[in-house]
Design a binder for this molecule. Structure first.
Ligand code: ASP
Ligand code: MG
Length: 426
């Protein structure tokens, strides 16, 4: 059998009828290949669904309906454009089916906790976008199979951060994506199904991760993430001037960058492809013939320019044991157990004899619970509205330019990486 190419298209690449036409043009270039297309929700749909969810949970029906109608109109307008104005086309029928299902869900009384409800509602963005894309590709003479990924990508019930059952999913996905009768499949990123028939999500921006998992399970020959930038850059061009494209990034470097908060790819994306040595390409959907960036194995050290990663909305929490006991192994394990229990994302830690500092994401739903629990044994202080700047492959000049005389709350340096927690500026 021919190798399988996994393509991932993010929200920006499917945000409008025009963007979806462009996607179809890209797919056409690969019509002699076996292609599995993984798609995110259109544009900012996931944010809109998060708002719908909170109105739903608050029982604010009028606001919820207003948001829902806006979401429905957005999808219908773009779909109608693609269907050349034909209201009774397959394209419109396809999304109406999904919209009706979502509307019916929103008419029920919320049951279960926030994370559970989140996944049952917010997952609709990907169901909508894939319906539109799949049906449009058919219209364009690109026959394909639309797969509800929840039927074959199986996770546990850790809602909002499902853990994939690789064995079960591998078996099911190889059957689903057999590439026997078709050479093109369209499916959802970001979402998965559980053995009890509920839906989970894999964390915000999780579609890259889905593409990587599917590539692993299907032993794909490569993964391509199509983006609105020309590849992996050494900094976010929206924040820093004079960025440079990186042609080659090793798996290890990519993991480090993603972990520091680089928005290029979801942090969990590298492991599944590294484990099977599958190369990952990041390419521009605006200029699909350009080379892009290749992320793959390398045993040589590839020289890179300084790479800047900024993580916003950070909180620096400092803990001192109330009884002045040393912050050593048992105490550290207690702290981490509490952070883990509350699903607080730890970005940087530092400790001294009787104090422990940790820089975490400002997650309004998770952090207060953790701080309250930590407060029982520790004196807790914290500074919020901070940013964490990481400079990989730093030079002193680069540090001078970016940090200069700014107040630094905490810093850490290794030979390759310098990290600074500072007041928000960028
Ligand atoms: N639609 C989801 C999000 O916006 C997943 C993704 O885009 O990768 O977070
Ligand atoms: Mg998205």
């Amino acid at each position: 059998m021919k190798g399988i190419c996994v393509f991932k298209f993010g929200g920006a690449s499917v945000k409008s009828a025009q963007a979806i036409r462009n996607l179809a043009d890209i797919i056409k270039r690969y019509s002699n290949k076996n292609v599995l297309v993984v798609i995110s929700a259109m544009g900012k749909t996931t944010n809109a669904l998060e708002r719908i969810l909170s109105f739903y949970l608050q029982g604010n029906v009028s606001e919820m309906e207003a948001e829902f109608n806006q979401l429905a109109n957005y999808h219908l307008t773009e779909a109608l454009d693609l269907a050349n104005g034909e209201k009774d086309s397959l394209l419109i029928a396809g999304i109406n089916g999904v919209l009706n299902e979502l509307r019916a869900k929103l008419n029920t009384t919320p049951l279960g906790d926030y994370d559970f409800c989140y996944d049952q509602i917010v997952s609709y963005g990907e169901l909508l976008s894939t319906k539109i894309v799949s049906n449009y590709l058919i219209m364009e003479g690109l026959p394909n199979i639309w797969v509800d990924i929840r039927s074959c990508l199986i996770s546990d019930t850790n809602y909002r951060e499902g853990t994939i059952d690789y064995e079960e999913s591998g078996y099911l996905c190889q059957k689903k994506f057999s590439f026997i009768s078709e050479n093109l499949y369209v499916t959802q990123g970001f979402i998965a199904g559980t053995p009890i028939g509920t839906t989970t999500t894999l964390g915000r921006e999780g579609s890259d991760y889905t593409a990587a998992i599917l590539a692993n399970l299907l032993n794909a020959s490569d993964v391509t993430i199509w983006k609105d930038v020309e590849g992996v850059l050494n900094a976010d061009p929206k924040i820093f001037p004079n960025t440079q494209k990186l042609n080659f990034v090793s798996y290890q470097e990519a993991i480090e960058l993603a972990y520091c908060g680089a928005q290029i790819i979801h942090p969990k994306t590298i492991k599944p492809i590294q484990n099977k040595q599958i190369p990952l390409y990041v390419k521009s959907f605006v200029n699909p013939v350009a080379e892009g960036t290749c992320i793959a194995y390398s045993d040589e050290v590839v020289k890179l320019p300084p790479v800047l990663v900024l993580k916003r909305n950070q909180v620096l929490v400092s803990l001192i044991p109330r009884d002045y006991s040393f912050v050593i192994e048992d105490c550290l394990s207690k702290i981490f157990a509490i952070l883990y229990k509350h699903k607080v994302k730890v970005n940087l830690v530092q400790n001294s004899a009787i104090s422990f500092s940790v820089c975490v994401d400002e997650e309004k739903r998770r952090l207060p619970g953790a701080i309250e629990e930590l407060g029982k044994e520790f004196e807790v202080k914290y500074n919020s509205n901070l940013e964490l700047l990481t400079i990989r492959h730093y030079t002193q000049q680069c540090i001078n330019e970016l940090v200069g005389s700014r107040v630094v709350y905490l810093q850490q340096r290794t030979r390759s990486t310098a990290r600074f927690v500072m007041d928000a500026k960028f």
